[in-house]
Structures are given as C-alpha cells and as structure tokens.
Design a protein around this ligand. Sequence first.
Ligand code: GLC
Length: 454
Amino acid sequence: MIDVEVRELMQPFLLSDYQVQEVYSRFCNEIGKGLKRSTHAQANTKCFPTYVHELPTGNEMGKYLALDLGGTNFRVLLVTLKGHHDDTVQSQIYAVPKDLMIGPGVELFDHIAECLAKFVDKHEMRNAHLPLGFTFSFPCVQMGLKEAMLTRWTKGFDCPGVEGEDVGRMLHEAIQRRGDADIAVVAILNDTTGTLMSCAHRNPECRVGVIVGTGCNACYLEDVQNVELLEHQFRRGHQQVIVNIEWGAFGESGQLDFVRTEYDKEVDRKSINCSEQLFEKMTSGMYLGELVRLVLLRAIERNIIFKLSPKRKEYVETLQHKVHIYETKHISEVESDSFPEFLNTRRIIKQLFGLEKATVEDCQKFKYICECVSRRAATLVAIGISGLINRINDRKVVVGIDGSVYRYHPKFDAYIRETMHKLVKSDKQFDIMLSEDGSGRGAALVAAVASKTK
Ligand code: GLC
C-alpha cells in the first residue's frame, strides 16, 4: 500500500473522468479551429496539410536516400523498397552536438550535408542520382511536398536563421556549397507522417501516425474538403491528405491550465521555449524525467520519501542542481520493476544519491511517482488519438506509434488503451501497432509515392 502522503503529493497528476472529458472536448475543438481558414491563426494545433495524398499500396519499389533530423540523433539511410518483400535499410547515426542544436542554422545544414556526402561516398553512390526524402520533425508550413517553412524550433533546438525559411532550400544550398554529391530532395516530411506511411505499408487500415519520443505529435488522414488551408489546385483529383496536427503546442491558449501542476509550470519556465509546446511538456521524453525530478525533490523536502536517511539534505542539493539528472528512460526502468526486489529502482537510487539500501517502502513510493507521471502522459496522448479516430469515417482505425517513450516504457501502451476504451465511440474499433523505422522507411515511401503521383 502506498501511504497517504505520497498519494496526496501525486493527486494533481491523477486526471478525473471529468478532466479527461474536458481536455478531450477542448482538444477536438482546437483541431476544428486548426483546419478552418477563419480560425487557423488562433489555433494552437496548426493541422498543417502535408501534400501527401496517398498511402502506400505495398507495390513501392526502388532505392531512396533518407535523412532523419528531429530527435536526439541525426541519421542518414539508404532504403531499398522491394514491393511486398521486406525492405532493406542501411543507416548511419551521427550525434548532433549541443552547440549545433543552438548554433547558426547554416552550420547545422552544412553538418547534415557533410554527413550525407560521407555516407554516399561510403556506399559508393556518388553518381547514383538517388531521390532523397527528408524527415524534418519540426513544425513546418508546407507549400508543396518539397518546400517546408519552419514555423518554430522545438525539442531543445534553436538555430538562428532557420525559422521562416524553407528547410528544403537550405538543405539544397548546403549540398550545392559542397558540390561533391548530386542529390535531389524530392520530399520533406514530419516523423509522424513517416510513421503513418510505414505502418500503412504493412496494414492498410492505418490512418493515424503518432510519436511519443523526445517530442510528441500526431498526424492523420483527413478528407480534403475539411482541409481549408489546402489550395484548390492541390485538392483537385484527391480525396484525402495527411494532416500534421502539431499537437505538442496544444494548451498555449490556456486550455490545459486547469490540469497543469506547479511542476509543469516549472519545467516550462526553465525551458528554452517558455510558454510553448505545453502539451508536449506533459507527454514527451524530453520532459517526463524532469517532472519526476521535481516531484522527487518536493517529496524529499517534505520528508515523504527517504525518511530515515541522514543524508536527505544532500539528496535535495543533488536534485536541485543537477537538471536532467533523472532521465525518462529511468522511468521505464523503474516501472519495469517488481515487488519486492526493485532491482532497477535500487540501482537508480544508488546512482543518484549513493544510497546503498533503499527500503522497500521507498522503492514503492519512487515507483508510484513515476507511474503517476507516465500514466498522465499516456492519458493525454490517448485523448488526442481518440479525438482523431472519432473524426475519421472508417469503422476500424489502426494507429501507428513510434518513439522512445512508447517503445521502451513497459506499460505506456496499456495506459493508452485504457483511456481510449473510454473515449473512442462505441461503434468503432481500433488497434495500435508499433512502427518500424517510420522516419527512415516512411521517408522512402513518401518519396516513392510522390514519384508515382507525378
Ligand atoms: C515536436 C515537433 C513535431 C514532431 C514531434 C515528434 O513536437 O514539433 O514536428 O513530430 O516533436 O518528434
């Protein structure tokens, strides 16, 4: 049993049925605003049309290059699509050093072009003229499939000189500046679009793509008649288009204030994009560990956890000064633990505080804190997914999901389904599938579908 003090501490993280319903209807309302021309400017969820009108048929073939920028790493990939046979993917991961994440944009794109050139060289493809799909996982207004203007940086990136610019053009210019590779950018896409495409390739009932990783976002297939931002020439001949919600920004007009806690506010205050991406700050890997760190700090200060330890003052100092010391992957590890061993939890407590023998009660409390933070994140994600499923006309909807939080957390999927069962209309069926490399294979599929449509 978890004692009453910890329960009280975590109470603000437990969303009541009323709160869930209220967030749900505010979210649905916001999607409506994002899609309509007259209300788009005030909407937080921008619902950007992606210019991807077709899901894959499964017949897609050919070799494609893909770039994936938007999480902790940057990747270059060579994807060979083989129709109904398994694709092959060769890839290389490159770190994105902190100074590049906040340094001049031109330098970021030069770095990308350099990695790309090295990769092409290594695979002896200098003269191959391969089409390239660029997964650029930040909010962009698209003017076409290969023109995407960054509206704002998210997830800790803040490179001057890119917001308001076409990132397709910036990449093209960086490739030209080097002059040692002949590569054509044929599509720019969001990681959610890649996820939807790669899942739809395996399961034609897939209509929604979700990422719960460093950031959190979703896209879905909408009827073109509802996407007022899409110019007429891009509607003709098409019934549907993938819409990138950018739901991470939900809450920026105060819609989540009635559920945000003091810890959410502090995470926001200390971030480099204060008052932006508020839904993302309650749901994604970049912030969940920080939320736990702040709650833990409060729990120690109030003498709710580690009551018997003489070194509690030191623990407080550690947590106060070492921002990001508690990572989101630790939440997954703690929640994988079982009573009474708590092997991961004990190891992590030892790593953090040097405390050799945490008591079973302390481990239980620690785990409960993590559970409340991740369960709330999953509930919010499920609210968003349910809102999308209920908009879609099909009776059965499959949702493709990717991202480190969803992939590695032992119960995130179960938490999501629990809330979805409450919110998805009773005449609908849904299922969730894990995406396999949406940002890589998805980029190749968008490039393939784009060349076919042409
Ligand atoms: C952030 C980005 C969004 C992306 C998501 C997941 O929310 O703004 O474009 O899809 O992270 O990576």
